[in-house]
Design a protein around this ligand. Structure first.
Ligand SMILES: Cc1cc2nc3c(=O)[nH]c(=O)nc-3n(C[C@H](O)[C@H](O)[C@H](O)COP(=O)(O)OP(=O)(O)OC[C@H]3O[C@@H](n4cnc5c(N)ncnc54)[C@H](O)[C@@H]3O)c2cc1C
Length: 460
């Protein structure tokens, strides 16, 4: 049999591509050497958010007396939290396996090697076979990176894979990097009342984000008693002692490297096809196609934007290009980016600095969550929504707020679908909800705030 599409890697890029292709009537082979779900399900988004959910519940439970609820002897058992994470990953993994089967996708648990531009050799523990295909999608993802002068020993110095394997929590952790992973684990450890020290080499926290968010994050970390150092790196590790470039000497129980990811480009046989590279990633065109006309590369392995939802969207679009001949044209300015801090940080589109740098005209509106009834009810008054827009469209949204990861989506829809701020003013927002802050921040673009005094400009 000749497959219409063979896909290497069943992460959120590969398995979603397989489902979309099967729904469009293609005969699909999905080859995965590990577990369906990839990094996202087994070592990334889902297990980390499961642990985060427990950490948050514990943090919230400690606040319950404020809500008139008395709880005595509050404690947690990390081994149960660990087991819950394992069970959830297994459950979702089983669900995906059923979904793959129900879509009549041939799932092959094996390592895929490339023999030619139309043939894969798939090697499992028990067998080796060749499969023929018309089109190939490479969705092999990425693995944790490391820092140049630091050797992982997986006991004292850990990466994001290792930290998920801990069955008990250390009392203190030094986290290198204040990006999405670093901030998320800072929130987790802090929630469990562990000492956290964040070390960031850039001058500001979460350096990729809008400056106002970095500043707010700085304040939030201070409030939560999370120590951090910017413009600092780990200079030396001597036994269990860490020496920072600012001269600080620390003795954390573990070091977690939240550094970048390395793409899995070392597929056996691929070099013979001479794929063009973009640094360490496979180079792809606007249709996610490599320089080999029937081979596509999606998700973390092309390095465009290393997020699960981007991998999935690229998977759908690559398949639509193969089967329907539709141009892909993804606008990466519409990708929501979340940092699961406390409160959650979310952004889409241009930062204010980027607009200034490009000389793009914009208006700005900032609405504080503290001015909202819902935030006061929930005792979650920290943060704000900042919208940058021209007279017709939204250019950027940067927010830090309780439930920010959900809140951003309505503005991302407006931005992505080209709904103007004027049109959004006609929408009725339910009360009392956090979404009212979206409405207010839209009104603020034309100085029409309802729940802020006239003329007041929020400084963040
Ligand atoms: C701790 C952590 C938390 C994260 N949280 C989030 C989050 O909240 N939101 C978000 O959007 N993103 C998050 N990410 C990023 C997200 O996990 C990745 O962007 C996403 O998994 C990339 O999907 P992918 O399909 O490109 O590759 P992957 O998920 O890496 O999957 C690739 C698959 O290919 C398989 N493979 C590789 N080579 C071969 C071969 N030769 N033969 C067969 N199979 C092969 C691998 O075994 C793997 O299963 C997180 C990452 C980490 C590490």
């Amino acid at each position: 049999m000749v497959y219409d599409i063979a896909i290497i890697g069943a992460g959120p890029g590969g398995y979603i591509a397989a489902i979309r292709a099967a729904r469009l009537g293609a005969k699909v082979a999905l080859i995965e050497k590990d577990r369906i779900g990839g990094v996202c399900l087994t070592r990334g988004c889902i297990p980390s958010k499961t642990i985060l959910a427990s950490s948050d519940r514990y943090r919230e439970a400690k606040k319950l007396s404020k809500f008139g609820i008395k709880l005595n002897n509050l404690t947690y058992d990390y081994s149960e939290i660990f087991q819950r994470k394992e069970k959830i990953v297994q459950k979702l993994n089983r669900g995906l396996a059923q979904l793959i089967k129900a879509n009549e996708i041939d799932f092959i648990k094996a390592e895929a090697c490339i023999e030619s531009k139309n043939i894969l050799k798939v090697i499992s523990e028990s067998a080796e076979e060749r499969i023929e295909f018309k089109n190939l999608i490479i969705a092999t993802g990425s693995r944790p990176g490391s820092l140049p002068n630091i050797r992982l020993d997986r006991e004292f110095i850990l990466d994001t894979d290792d930290v998920l394997k801990l069955e008990s929590l250390p009392d203190s952790v030094l986290i290198a990097g204040s990006g999405a992973v670093g901030i998320e684990w800072a929130r987790i450890f802090n929630g469990f009342e562990k000492e956290v020290i964040l070390v960031e080499i850039a001058p500001k926290l979460a350096p990729a984000l809008d400056g106002s968010i970095s500043d707010a994050l700085r304040r939030e970390l201070k409030k939560k008693k999370i120590n951090f150092y910017t413009e600092t790196n780990i200079e030396k590790i001597r036994g269990k002692e860490v020496i920072l470039s600012n001269g600080q000497e620390l003795t954390p129980d573990i070091i977690l490297l939240g550094a970048g990811r390395v793409p899995n480009i070392e597929i056996k046989g691929i070099k013979d096809l001479n794929p063009e590279m973009n640094g360490k990633f496979f180079r792809v065109d606007n249709n996610l196609r490599t320089n080999i006309d029937n081979i596509y590369a999606i998700g973390d392995v092309n390095g465009i934007c290393q997020l699960a939802h981007v991998a999935s969207h690229q998977g759908i679009k690559a398949v639509e290009h193969i089967i329907l001949r539709q141009e892909v044209g993804i606008d990466y300015q519409n990708v929501p980016f979340i940092i699961y801090g406390n409160p959650e940080i979310a952004s889409v589109g241009y930062t204010e600095d980027a607009l200034i740098e490009r000389g793009i005209y914009y208006k700005k509106s900032i609405f504080p969550m503290s001015a909202l009834g819902k935030s006061v009810v929930e005792d979650e008054i920290d943060g704000f929504i900042k919208i940058l827009a021209d007279d017709k469209k939204i250019l950027g949204i940067h927010l830090i707020a309780d439930n920010g990861a959900e809140l951003i989506q309505q503005l991302a829809i407006a931005k992505g679908a080209g709904i103007s701020p004027e049109a959004m003013k006609e929408v009725i927002f339910a009360h009392p909800t956090y979404s009212e802050a979206v409405y207010e921040s839209i009104l603020g673009l034309s100085e029409e705030f309802l729940h802020l005094p006239p003329g007041l400009k929020m400084k963040v």
